[in-house]
Design a protein around this ligand. Structure first.
Ligand SMILES: Nc1nc2c(ncn2[C@@H]2O[C@H](COP(=O)(O)OP(=O)(O)OP(=O)(O)O)[C@@H](O)[C@H]2O)c(=O)[nH]1
Ligand SMILES: [Mg+2]
Length: 332
């Protein structure tokens, strides 16, 4: 699945309708006064958060959005119809910036939330407005104003509820592949994963929960080393992290420390995020050696250590049960 989490769109609100010049012409009314109506307002452009959308993919194909113009004024002081507002649906969690200045215009977090991004132009005034004692038959009217036009930068932070983190090669992509329909690249070299992979894992209730396989973190990721920093940003909104480690590593405790240290260094309270610790590739170890590794890691982390093999599909049910428990989702 391709995941686009940035898009740039141009929005143009409707132009106001023009005011018009008209005079009353009625039977038995000799000198009809000015009766030109005002133009209608141009339509606004609004963004609305929609729970059914998960990506900004649609904006790859459609990037220009123009709201309808207001209509011209009519005779008999009739005001022209206003342009309808144009509503653009975006996924929940979309941040909206002015693309030129980078200024944050809003953050659409909740379904149904709306953000006006371009206001329609005012309608022009009809000549009925210009009636005065000195001028009983004004020929003057004004044009509608142009609607606002903006270039917007949309950014969607991944709304994965569960992030899988760990050093390169820990088996994060293998795990998301075995849990979901995601088919990320898997290889025995570090930094195979360059952008987060999302996968939907079915909950016991039938709904899905989005898991994200985050590119490997290395020491210094929080300062921008490796690929980690960009993607630490993406896990800011996860509710739960699975810290995955390679059970066969000879530096297991140091491995654990590196990733935890990066979470702390990144800030934004990432290190406060609930997390599970899982040892992967357990099928490669003798039971005694595995027990020793798990015990040491449990002592260091102060957490229960889950034992899994993503490749051999072992321990996955226990892992998922722990995930649902942490998320407060009933398992069956
Ligand atoms: N034996 C064994 N190998 C595994 C297991 N899980 C993953 N691997 C292997 O470990 C290597 C790395 O797996 P990936 O899933 O690409 O690791 P990753 O954590 O996504 O790595 P990066 O994307 O580089 O951060 C691959 O060769 C996998 O086949 C496992 O449970 N057992
Ligand atoms: Mg990977």
């Amino acid at each position: 699945m391709q995941f686009i989490d940035q898009a740039r769109i141009a929005v143009h609100a409707g132009r106001g309708g023009d005011g018009i010049v008209a005079f009353r012409r009625e039977k038995y009314v000799p000198a009809g006064g000015p009766s030109g109506g005002d133009g209608g307002r141009g339509g606004d452009v609004l963004l609305r958060a929609d729970a059914n959308l998960q990506t900004l993919l649609d904006f790859k194909y459609k990037r220009q959005f123009v709201a309808p113009d207001g209509r011209r004024g009519g005779p008999n002081r009739a005001t022209g119809a206003s342009g309808d507002h144009l509503i653009i649906k975006v996924p929940c969690g979309t941040e909206v910036r002015d693309a030129r200045t980078g200024i944050l215009l809003g953050d659409l977090t909740d379904a149904g939330q709306e953000l006006p991004v371009a206001f329609g132009g005012r309608g022009g005034l009809g000549n009925a407005h210009y009636l005065s004692n000195r001028n009983r038959a004004p020929e003057k009217c004004t044009e509608g104003r142009e609607g606002e036009a903006w270039l917007l930068q949309l950014e969607l932070k991944l709304l994965a509820e569960v992030g899988i983190i760990g050093l390169p090669n820990a088996g994060k992509s293998t795990l998301i592949a075995v849990l979901s329909a995601a088919r990320p690249k898997i290889a025995d070299y570090p930094f195979t994963t360059l952008v987060p992979n999302l996968g939907v894992v079915r909950r016991p209730s039938g709904d899905g929960t989005v898991f994200a396989d985050i590119p490997g973190l290395i020491a210094g990721a929080s300062q921008g080393a490796g690929l980690g920093h960009d993607f630490l940003r993406h896990i800011e909104r996860t509710r739960l992290l699975i810290h995955l480690l390679d059970a066969g590593s000879e530096t297991l405790l140091a491995d654990y420390g590196v990733v935890e240290g990066e979470l702390r260094a990144y800030g934004h309270e990432l290190d406060q995020r609930p997390r599970l610790v899982a040892l992967n590739k357990i099928e490669l170890l003798e039971p005694e050696a595995l027990k020793a590794q798990a015990q040491q890691l449990s002592n260091l982390s102060g957490r229960e250590v889950l034992l899994i093999s993503a490749a051999a599909a072992q321990g996955l049910e226990t892992l998922l049960a722990a995930v649902w428990r942490e998320l407060g989702i009933q398992s069956s």
